[in-house]
Design a protein around this ligand. Structure first.
Ligand code: SF4
Length: 67
């Protein structure tokens, strides 16, 4: 369960994540902790197109950065 955050509403306004129903949406501390524990990165590390895949893995992030 995510902890309450006084800045969650303003965080949500800036959050590019389109995953539906996430209780951490806009709660950046909880978002980072959640994904870091799974060896992943938050949606805001990806482009809008990449983010839509919902693949938050570090491996996917690095594959996107290879050029
Ligand atoms: S990146 Fe993950 S934790 Fe963060 S708002 Fe999106 S689905 Fe939730």
């Amino acid at each position: 369960m995510s902890e309450a955050c006084a800045r969650q509403a303003s965080g949500a306004a800036d959050c590019p994540c389109t995953y539906p129903g996430c209780p951490r949406h806009g709660n950046c501390c909880q978002c980072v902790a959640h994904h870091r524990a799974k060896d992943q990165l938050p949606a805001c590390y990806f482009t809008a197109e990449q983010e839509k895949s919902f693949d938050r893995s570090v491996a996917f992030f690095l594959s996107c950065r290879k050029g």
